[in-house]
Design a binder for this molecule. Structure first.
Ligand code: UDX
Length: 420
């Protein structure tokens, strides 16, 4: 099928590359000339395992990028909207990019006789879906269900495993209004052999918000239990292992530690809490999930202070700046938060991350960056592990090490965990 994807960021790029892999003709649209140039040169603008190979395999044949939305969209049978929906300062979702993409799509389909499918993949609050449809109708002069067919199709990709998650999803959620034929989507996604779940377009987006908020809630619950365990001298990961034997609970997302980061769990949970507030509904659980998470990095600081006393002049290694292993993304990263806090309290921070150092340098130039964990530890009197990169598992030092994320293989008297 001929597909155009508006927005070639993290989701758009992975979606485009994976749909090209299953035989579709894909045109990625982006406003950034630089990014379009990189993609057409077969250079992947983001670090995601497997994505560079897919890009190189299909670029120039089934996959290309352009800044010309009209030309790209005009020919396509399916148009994906994959632009960002950042959170505004007041907590609401900034819809400007989605609305602008919707208008571009509407203008591009104006003269067409056929009725293309327009799929909203960007994470969008259910209360804003009608606004998106209206933007397409007003700019195209056509009606949803006649001159085009609108669907929602949230993504559930995890950074660091986005290609794998797209190609082997637990489920594909498709939202549409009554009576619309989703045969084209079933055909589009059939190569992935995954369960397809059809529901209303607003329910589909709520599945995304509720799923991410629940995952965040599991982590914050694990961290609240972990903070109590730490005070009792109990290993919270041992407790989680025991809990997980109840199949209704299961072990995933019960790893206590320094808290969750990334561009999704924090934002989606906060957006849902904001929507609830706007509706006059209580969001005490969602707010508590965010509160526990916000406080977790200071638990790391408290623990370090108990051990080292004042930070002034102290040399401390911060190992791990990405919000999770397998990515170079430092958004909402607990490692960056702890590095900032230590630096602001007078410590000399020696930071290291296998992938995220370049991104970190742009945000925190005052830190000292090292080329290895070994170098950072050698230059410091203590270390804190904030991202569970596999390479940290083998660390063996006589210096004090505090684990914000569990990864160390060795058990040593000078090693301890934030919740164990
Ligand atoms: C998440 C959702 O998993 C994904 O389905 C959605 O589409 C996007 O948001 P992502 O943010 O990329 O994916 O990574 P994820 O693996 O969920 O980890 C998020 C954060 O939670 C990381 O900082 C990780 O370290 C932390 N985490 C995860 C924990 O602290 N404990 C856990 O048990 C699991």
């Amino acid at each position: 099928m001929k597909i155009s994807i508006i927005g070639s960021g993290y989701v758009g790029l992975v979606t485009g590359a994976c749909l090209a892999e299953t035989g579709n003709e894909v045109i990625l649209v982006d406003i950034s000339e630089g990014r379009v140039g990189e993609i057409n040169a077969g250079k992947c603008p983001i670090y995601e395992p497997g994505l560079q190979e897919l890009l190189q395999k299909h670029i120039g044949s089934r996959l290309k990028a352009t800044t010309n939305a009209q030309e790209a969209i005009f020919q396509s049978e399916i148009i994906f909207i994959c632009v960002g929906t950042p959170q505004s300062k007041d907590g609401s979702t900034d819809m400007q990019y989605v609305i602008s993409a919707a208008k571009s799509a509407g203008i591009a389909i104006r003269g067409r006789k056929d009725a293309p499918i327009i799929i909203l993949k960007s994470t969008t609050p259910p209360t804003k879906i009608d606004e998106v449809v209206l933007a397409i109708e007003n700019s195209s002069g056509k009606k949803d269900g006649e001159g085009f067919y609108f669907f929602t199709n949230p993504e559930f990709l995890r950074e660091g495993s986005a290609v794998k998650d797209f190609q082997k999803p637990d489920r594909i959620v498709v939202g549409c209004s009554e009576g619309k034929s989703s045969e084209m989507l079933a055909r589009l996604y059939s190569p992935f052999g995954s369960k397809m779940f059809f529901c209303s377009s607003k329910s589909a987006m709520m599945v995304k918000y509720a799923s991410n908020s629940f995952l965040a809630a599991k982590i914050s619950f694990a961290n609240e239990i972990g903070n109590i365990c730490k005070k009792l001298g109990i290993d919270s990961h041992e407790v989680a292992n025991g809990m997980a034997l109840d199949r209704r609970i299961n072990r995933a997302f019960l790893d206590s530690g320094c808290g969750f980061g990334g561009s999704c769990l924090p934002k989606d949970t906060a957006s849902l809490a904001f929507e609830a507030k706007m509706l006059g509904e209580c969001s005490s659980m969602l707010s508590a999930v965010l509160e526990v998470n916000k406080n977790q990095p200071s638990k790391v600081i408290e623990r370090l202070k108990t051990r080292l006393g004042s930070f002034s002049g102290k040399k401390i290694a911060v190992l791990g700046l990405a919000f999770k292993p397998g990515t170079d993304d430092i958004r909402e990263s607990p490692g960056m938060e702890v590095a900032f806090l230590l630096h602001s309290q007078g410590a000399k921070v020696f930071a290291y991350d296998p992938k995220a150092t370049e991104n970190a340098k742009k945000h925190a130039p005052a830190l000292n960056y090292c080329k290895s964990a070994k170098e950072a530890i050698e230059k410091s009197e203590a270390a804190v592990i904030m991202t569970d990169w596999k390479e940290f598992a083998e660390i063996d030092t006589e210096k004090y090490v505090l684990e914000g994320k569990r990864i160390l293989k060795l058990k040593k008297p000078n090693y301890e965990g934030i919740c164990w």
